[in-house]
Design a protein around this ligand. Structure first.
Ligand SMILES: [Zn+2]
Length: 160
């Protein structure tokens, strides 16, 4: 028997400690939450992706009366980015969320498992790390790549 310990590194920033570019991206994610369509959960999520060409693309969660037909903000953002700019890597993805009281979350917003999988595919597709910024009022988590968010992940290489 052996142990395998996988460690992930997270940097925690105050908003003021972020670079101007990261503040701009996080502001875009926070603003996007106000364009969320969340009549069922009242949980408003916004994401903003900075592409290699410096374009910022945003997205929000889009719910549906047939619940599984809706989609998370992270995936609406990445699918739109990859549809509009298929040759542009995503350098950084910032995510923010507000609760049913309309308040930004105290703790950093963790992406769901399905979004992590899509984020991983985006990172693998462009063969370069995609930084992740997760907004929380108490601190902003920075992960240097998606693998840190999804250790022991399944990707195309798993099928070889
Ligand atoms: Zn999700």
């Amino acid at each position: 028997m052996k142990d395998l310990n996988i460690q992930i590194a997270i940097k925690i920033y105050d908003y003021e400690e972020l670079s101007a570019a990261d503040r701009e991206l996080m502001d875009a994610a926070r603003q996007a939450t106000f364009r969320s369509y969340a009549p069922y959960s009242h949980f408003s999520v916004g994401a903003a992706a900075r592409l290699a060409n410096n374009t910022i693309v945003t997205g929000t969660n889009q719910e549906n009366a047939a619940y599984p037909s809706g989609l998370c903000a992270e995936r609406t953002t990445l699918f739109y980015a990859n549809s509009q700019y298929p040759d542009q890597a995503v350098e950084t993805l910032a995510i923010a969320a507000r609760n049913e009281r309309g308040e930004f979350l105290e703790e950093p917003i963790p992406p769901c498992g399905a979004c992590r999988q899509v984020m991983l595919e985006t990172e693998k597709r462009f063969k370069r790390p995609m930084r992740i910024l997760l907004f929380g009022e108490k601190g902003i988590y920075e992960l240097k790549n998606v693998s840190a968010l999804l250790p022991l992940s399944f990707d195309a290489s798993s099928m070889l």
